[in-house]
Write a new protein. Structure first.
Length: 362
């Protein structure tokens, strides 16, 4: 495994959590001989475990990843959150959309004939599913679902904190980049707080709709254009009442990050097809989506860091600048700025893509 790192465990609490995980697994087939904390993640503790019973013929010989939840946010222990968020989801032989794109679409100059059709199908299917979910969850017969989502105040508070409250902290961390936009970013943070104040205007949202929570079988879509390929949307612990542009903005920001950080050129087609699949938006919805794209680019830039070197830091600063620019332009409703921009697809300004239904989400 190459994407993990050994983290220091400076607190007794963190050591206690680690010991608890080891003990809980000690009498199971997943008893561990070595447990290493992984970087990344916010709410939960992530570990890579080497198993005591693994062998060269064992499918777990390279270890397993363990996700453990406590009654607080792992990266912010003072922020309490219920363990009712911890739910299992499983799709055999699947990888996340982020991993899938890096594996199957990772080419800086993709050929249209090879990459665009599968990107169109995949992006369109995701957009159509999200539009369906947003509409379905608002139907009167889904009142019980809405009530359940409304009860997730912890998740709602966490999402606001790691995005819109953290946004102001990022201004202090990167004053040379964000300082001139402080007033606008303060306005954005205030807007997000005001939105949450009126629950009657809120809708059920997934709350963590990003490429890591979309599971797809690890097969080449180009080889299965006529097959019914299942996709699963997982990790509903942040499902809540919120504003719908947050779901769109988060996924678009993560798809765009594939281009910005990993040079995955085909991600542009995924963004356009996702917007097309979701369908037409009014300007207010589109601008609010773009604002969240920018907020996500700013606040989650560190999660895309693979190495703590100078070049990576400069790359983060570049992406933070991009996030700032789209927020400022969306805040002022500068439609002309987005006319030839990737995010113009939210207004129908960029090439819109279609899908043929060969991928499906339940």
């Amino acid at each position: 495994m190459t994407s993990h790192q050994q983290l220091d465990d400076p607190t007794d609490t963190t050591q206690e959590v680690r010991s608890g995980v080891v003990h809980a697994l000690s009498k199971t087939p997943f008893a561990v001989s070595d447990l290493r904390r992984l970087s990344g993640g916010t709410a939960n503790f992530m570990y890579h475990a080497t198993l005591k019973q693994s062998s060269t013929n064992d499918k777990y010989r390279d270890g397993v990843v363990i996700k453990h939840g406590e009654g607080y946010v792992a990266t912010h222990p003072s922020f309490k959150i219920s363990t009712s968020r911890c739910i299992q989801e499983y799709l055999p032989h699947a990888i996340s959309l982020k991993e899938y794109a890096l594996k199957h679409f990772s080419h800086p100059h993709p050929t249209t004939s090879t990459y665009k059709p599968p990107c169109d199908r995949l992006g369109h299917a995701l957009g159509a599913w999200l539009r369906m979910f947003h509409g379905w969850s608002q139907e009167p017969k889904q009142a019980a679902l809405r009530e359940t989502f409304a009860g997730n105040k912890d998740g709602q508070g966490l999402k606001n904190m790691i995005n819109y409250q953290q946004l102001l902290q990022m201004v202090d961390r990167y004053p040379m980049i964000l300082g001139d936009a402080r007033d606008i970013l303060q306005g954005v943070s205030d807007l997000a707080a005001e939105e949450l104040a009126d629950e009657t205007a809120l809708c059920p949202i997934h709350g963590d709709f990003w490429t890591g929570n979309v599971l797809i079988p690890d097969v080449s879509v180009t080889d299965n254009v006529n097959d019914h390929i299942p996709i699963r949307i997982v990790d509903w612990e942040l499902s809540q009442l919120g504003v719908r542009p947050l779901d769109l903005g988060q996924l678009i920001a993560e798809l765009w990050s594939l281009m910005l950080y990993r040079n995955v050129g085909a991600a542009e087609w995924l963004v356009q097809a996702f917007a097309s699949g979701y369908g037409s938006l009014d300007d207010s919805f589109a601008y609010r989506t773009i604002i969240h794209v920018g907020v996500h680019l700013i606040c989650f830039s560190r999660y895309w860091s693979s190495t703590p070197d100078w070049n990576q830091d400069e790359q983060q600063k570049t992406v933070i600048s991009i996030g700032r620019d789209v927020i400022v332009k969306a805040w002022s409703r500068d439609r002309e700025y987005f006319r030839e921009h990737l995010l113009g697809c939210l207004f129908g300004e960029a090439g819109r893509s279609g899908g043929d239904g060969s991928l499906s989400l339940p």
